[in-house]
Design a protein around this ligand. Structure first.
Ligand code: ADP
Length: 235
C-alpha cells in the first residue's frame, strides 16, 4: 500500500527566483525505508518540509497521512526542559492526557535506552543521546511516517554507527514508514530499501537496494550498490 505520494510537485521561491523542486513525483510504500540523496541545495529538505506540512507546494499534489513526525539535525531539544519533558510536551500538545503522555514517554525513552536519563537536561547528554531523545520525541506521538533530515550529520562516525543500529531496530519493531535525507551515500545503502537520487530540483533515478540485513559495508554487494549510486550522481 502506498503511504506517501507526491505528484508533479513544484516549489518556487518567487522572491529569490529559486526553483527548489520541479515536477517531482514519488511514491513510498507503507513500512518502506526510503532515502533521498543528492548534492546540497538540490531540494531534499524541501520535499521533507512539504510532506511535514511546513511548506506548501507551488503546484502538484501531496498525499500523506496526518500523522507525520520530523527528526531534525541535532535533536532540536528545548534546553530548559529535561529529557522527559522534551518528549512528553509534544504528546500533551497533541491532546494526550498527562497519564497517557507519561506512558508514551516511558515507552519510547525505553526504546532508545534512555529511561535512566529522564531527569537529565540536554546539556548533560552526548550528541548521540540528544539525537536519541529527538527520535523518541518524534515516535511518542505515534506517527505513521517518520521524516529524518540528515539526523546524524553532527555526530562522529562511531556514534553514527550506533544510531544506525537504533534506527534499524526501531524501524523493525514499529513498522514505520521512514523517509530520510542524507548526504552520505554509504548511509543510504546501509539503511534503505530504495534510494531516490536527486539532482537540481528533480529526482533523477530511484535505486532499489536488494541486500539482506544486517548489511556489511565492506561486502562486495554493498560496494557494488554504492558504486551504482555514485555513478548516477556523478553523471
Ligand atoms: P537540500 O536539502 O538538498 O540541501 P533544500 O531543499 O534545502 O536543499 O533547498 C533547495 C533550494 O531551495 C536551494 O537552492 C535553497 O537555497 C532554496 N531554498 C530553500 N528554502 C528556501 C527559502 N525559504 N527561501 C528561498 N530559497 C530557499
Amino acid at each position: 500500500m502506498i503511504e506517501l505520494a507526491l505528484k508533479d510537485v513544484s516549489k518556487v521561491y518567487k522572491q529569490e527566483k529559486v526553483t527548489a523542486l520541479a515536477d517531482v513525483s514519488l511514491e513510498i510504500n507503507q513500512g518502506e525505508f526510503f532515502c533521498l540523496v543528492g548534492p546540497s541545495g538540490c531540494g531534499k529538505s524541501t520535499i521533507l518540509r512539504i510532506i511535514a506540512g511546513l511548506e506548501k507546494p507551488s503546484s502538484g499534489t501531496v498525499q500523506s497521512p496526518a500523522e507525520v513526525s520530523m527528526v531534525f539535525q541535532s535533536g532540536a531539544l528545548l534546553p530548559w526542559m529535561n529529557v522527559e519533558e522534551n518528549v512528553s510536551f509534544v504528546c500533551k500538545a497533541k491532546g494526550l492526557s498527562s497519564f497517557k503522555a507519561e506512558e508514551q514517554t516511558t515507552r519510547y525513552l525505553r526504546m532508545v535506552d534512555l529511561e535512566g536519563f529522564r531527569y537529565h537536561y540536554p546539556r548533560e547528554l552526548s550528541g548521540g543521546q540528544r539525537q536519541r531523545v529527538g527520535i523518541a520525541r518524534a515516535l511518542a506521538v505515534e506517527p505513521k511516517v517518520l521524516l529524518l533530515d540528515e539526523p546524524f550529520s553532527a555526530l562522529d562516525p562511531l556514534t553514527t554507527d550506533e544510531l544506525h543500529t537504533y534506527l534499524l531496530k526501531i524501524w523493525k519493531e514499529t513498522g514505520k514508514t521512514i523517509l530520510m535525507v542524507s548526504h552520505l551515500l554509504e548511509e543510504a545503502v546501509l539503511l534503505s530499501d530504495r534510494i531516490g537520487i536527486m539532482k537540481k530540483s528533480e529526482i533523477e533515478q530511484i535505486v532499489s537496494v536488494e541486500l539482506k540485513r544486517p548489511r556489511k559495508d565492506d561486502s562486495k554487494e554493498f560496494l557494488n550498490t554504492l558504486e551504482i549510486v555514485k555513478n548516477i550522481l556523478e553523471h
